[in-house]
Design a protein around this ligand. Structure first.
Ligand code: FAD
Length: 318
C-alpha cells in the first residue's frame, strides 16, 4: 500500500497535495497496490482526495495535532503507515514535508528520497526514483531498497490527474507523543500563492534601485495573478522579505512562467529558477548572463517595459 500524507493549510488542500496523491496513485499502480491518503488535523472535504486516486482517506485529529509540530506529525505518519501496512510513504517537498520526512524515515528505519520529480519504476522490492541534483544541473536516479520507503515530491513536477470519485473518510486513533514545542504566533507571509507552488512568478533584483520602486513588480504580478520573488541581495538589504528570495540559498521554484526584471542571472540565482518552464528576462544590459538562460528576453529599461507589459496583460484580460 502507498500512503500519501496530504497536507492542508487552514483545513484546505493545496494543489501540491493533489500532485502528491496523483504521484502516489501512479506509484501504487506500478506496484500493483492501492493508494490511500492521510490527513492530519481538521480538514475540509477530505473525501475529495479520492478524485485524484486515493481509494480511502484516513484522518488523525486530536489535541496533539491542533498545531503543526514536526515530531508529532512524523509520529502520526509513521504510526499510520505501520497500522495500515503501507510500505511507501509519499509527501509534498515543501517546508512541512522537509521537516517531517527525515523523522518519518528514522522512525521506520526507511530509505528516503527527497524532492523527486518522476514516478518511480519498480524492480523486485526496490523503487527507483529520479531527482534533480547539483542545483538542477543534473538528474540522479536513486534506488530505495529498504522495506519502508519515504519519498517527497517536488512541486509542479507531476501534473494533477483526476481519476476517481470521492473516497470515504475514516478516523484513525493513534497514540501520539505530546508536543515538545509551543507555537506562540503564526503570521501569514503573503496573501498570494506560496512561491514553491506558484505557477506564475514575477521577480525583481537590484536593478529596481530600491524598495520604493517595487510597485512595477507588484502591478504586473497583480495583473497576472502571480507571486512575487526577488534576488538575494534585495532580501539581504531588506528591500523585500527573505521568504521571497529565490536561488541556491533561497527557495527553489519550478513555475510555468518566471519573469525576472533587473536581475543579472548569477549562477546562484539560476540554481533556484532554472527549472521554470518559461523564463522571461528584462534587463537593460544586453550582455547580462541571464539572457543565456532565457526563453524570451527584452533588452530595455524595466521601468518602461514592466508598466507596458502590465497594461498589455490588463488589456488582454479585459
Ligand atoms: P546585480 O547582479 O547587481 O544585477 C542587477 C541587474 O539589473 C544588472 O544585470 C543590471 O544590468 C540590471 N539593471 C539595472 N538597472 C536596470 C533597469 N533600469 N532596467 C533593467 N535592468 C536593469 N543570489 C540570488 O539571487 N539567490 C541566491 O540564492 C544566492 N545565493 C548565493 C550564495 C552564495 C554562496 C553566494 C556567494 C552568492 C549568492 N547569491 C544569490 C548572490 C549572487 O551571486 C548575485 O550576487 C545576485 O544574484 C545578484 O543579484 P541581482 O541580479 O539582483 O543584482
Amino acid at each position: 500500500m502507498v500512503l500519501v500524507f496530504a497536507e492542508a493549510t487552514n483545513g484546505k488542500f493545496k494543489k501540491a497535495a493533489h500532485e502528491a496523491i496523483t504521484y502516489g496513485t501512479k506509484t501504487a499502480a506500478a506496484m500493483g497496490t492501492e493508494c490511500v491518503a492521510l490527513t492530519i488535523g481538521q480538514v475540509e472535504n477530505a473525501g475529495d482526495l479520492g478524485r485524484f486516486g486515493a481509494t480511502k482517506v484516513y484522518n488523525v485529529n486530536s489535541d496533539a495535532t491542533a498545531t503543526f509540530d514536526s515530531g508529532v506529525y512524523a509520529a502520526a505518519i509513521a504510526e499510520a503507515a505501520k497500522q495500515l501496512g503501507a510500505k511507501v510513504i509519499v509527501m509534498i517537498h515543501d517546508s512541512t514535508g522537509k521537516s517531517v520526512m527525515g523523522r518519518v524515515a528514522a522512525r521506520l528505519d526507511a530509505g528516503s528520497a527527497p524532492g523527486v520529480n518522476s514516478v518511480p519504476t519498480v524492480s523486485g522490492g526496490g523503487l527507483t526514483v529520479r531527482k534533480s541534483v547539483f542545483s538542477g544541473k543534473a538528474f540522479a536516479e536513486v534506488e530505495i531498497t529498504s522495506e519502508y520507503k519515504v519519498i517527497s515530491v517536488a512541486g509542479n513536477s507531476i501534473p494533477v490527474e483526476e481519476t476517481g470519485a470521492a473516497a470515504t473518510v475514516e478516523s484513525l486513533d493513534l497514540a501520539l507523543p505530546a508536543s515538545r514545542t509551543k507555537v506562540l504566533e503564526t503570521q501569514r507571509a503573503t496573501g498570494r500563492i506560496p512561491l514553491p507552488e506558484a505557477e506564475l512568478v514575477v521577480s525583481g533584483g537590484r536593478g529596481l534601485k530600491g524598495p520604493e520602486n517595487w510597485n512595477v513588480i507588484e502591478d504586473l504580478a497583480e495583473a497576472l495573478g502571480a507571486t512575487t520573488a526577488c534576488s538575494r541581495p534585495v532580501a539581504d538589504v531588506d528591500w523585500r522579505p527573505h521568504h521571497e528570495h529565490v536561488g541556491q540559498t533561497g527557495v527553489a521554484i519550478r513555475p510555468n512562467l518566471y519573469i525576472a526584471a533587473g536581475i543579472s542571472g548569477a549562477i546562484q540565482h539560476l540554481a533556484g529558477v532554472n527549472n521554470s518552464k518559461t523564463i522571461v528576462v528584462i534587463n537593460k544590459d544586453p550582455e547580462a548572463p541571464f539572457f543565456k538562460a532565457a526563453d524570451y528576453g527584452v533588452v530595455g529599461d524595466l521601468f518602461e517595459v514592466l508598466p507596458k507589459l502590465t497594461e498589455a496583460v490588463k488589456a488582454y484580460k479585459a
